[in-house]
Design a protein around this ligand. Structure first.
Ligand code: CAA
Length: 257
């Protein structure tokens, strides 16, 4: 597929998607979200890929949904179109996705980063949900995922005032997993992605699903779910290999099965 709004690359066992609409600070239009989904489809189908990195430019991960694309829409058009259903697919994928965020991650940009499994942020990153300044509210998870990530007080503060938070505040609040110098962002994100891609794929997929389950169910149901997954991984060759390698004091050679 020929991509126009993203750059898609394979680096070893890692699939890299770079948002590429520099003239609009990577504002997220329908074409771009379609291309991100198509690129992830390709990586999910590729047995050689163990982890995905989604990134933007040094100035902007993404400055939000494309305001110019939405501007003239009516309520029924927006409701019937339900465009964020397509966006939400990104949050339902199986393979792990790391967001490598530099610069602005605002509105839909912050929401897109939160659909990924964790965020590694450059020291110039800024996060916010400024939709209130446009006479609307976040529409792709900003009131929901942000509240789960950083709690009610800060989610209210950000969504009601529309202010941006810097990366130190974002890390302290629990939105960001790691802060790295801007010049090292991609190297650090790729290092983390390589480490994940070197694990047994079934356990990586199950760990991701189990953690995400914590946001959907009660603690007891989540614990039961985790225990079933833990037990089922004993049906894999990789469990035999991982535990044999530990007792034999060598590196495991996982076959992803
Ligand atoms: N949609 C469309 N175009 C955008 C955009 C957006 N979200 N953000 C920036 N752009 C465009 C600007 O219009 C400008 O284009 P022109 O040169 O053609 O005018 C170009 O990108 C550069 O932007 P600025 O000149 O504004 O750059 P700046 O450095 O002065 O400011 C900024 C940067 C503070 C991020 C500012 O661009 C801004 O406030 N952008 C909008 C942020 C926003 O409101 N995001 C939420 C969008 S709604 C949403 O996301 C809904 C949802 O929940 C999914």
């Amino acid at each position: 597929m020929a991509y126009e709004t993203v750059i898609v690359e394979v680096k070893g066992k890692v699939g890299v998607i770079t948002l590429n609409r520099p003239q609009a600070l990577n504002a997220l239009n329908g074409q771009l979200i379609g291309e991100v989904n198509a690129a992830i489809d390709g990586f999910e189908a590729d047995a050689g890929i163990g982890c995905i990195v989604l990134t933007g430019s040094e100035k902007a991960f993404a400055a939000g949904a494309d305001i110019k694309e939405m501007q003239g829409r009516t309520f029924p058009e927006t409701y019937l179109d339900d465009k964020f259903e397509t966006w939400d697919r990104i949050g339902r994928r199986r393979k792990p996705i790391i967001a490598a965020v530099a610069g602005f991650a605002l509105g839909g940009g912050c929401e897109l980063a939160m659909m990924c499994d964790f965020i590694i942020a450059a020291d110039n990153a800024k996060f916010g949900q400024p939709e209130i300044n446009l006479g609307v509210i976040p529409g792709a998870g900003g009131t929901q995922r942000l509240t789960r990530a950083i709690g009610k007080a800060k989610a209210m503060d950000l969504c009601l005032t529309g202010r941006m938070m810097d990366v130190v505040e974002a890390e302290r609040a629990g939105l960001v997993a790691r802060i790295v110098p801007l010049a090292e962002l991609m190297a650090e994100a790729l290092k983390a992605a390589d480490a994940i891609a070197a694990k047994s794929l079934p356990s990586v997929l199950m760990a991701k699903e189990s953690i995400n389950r914590a946001f959907e169910v009660t603690l007891n149901e989540g614990l039961r779910f985790e225990r079933r997954i833990f037990s089922s991984l004993f049906a894999t060759q990789d469990q035999k290999e991982g535990m044999a390698a530990f007792t034999e004091k060598r590196k495991p050679d996982f076959k992803n099965g």
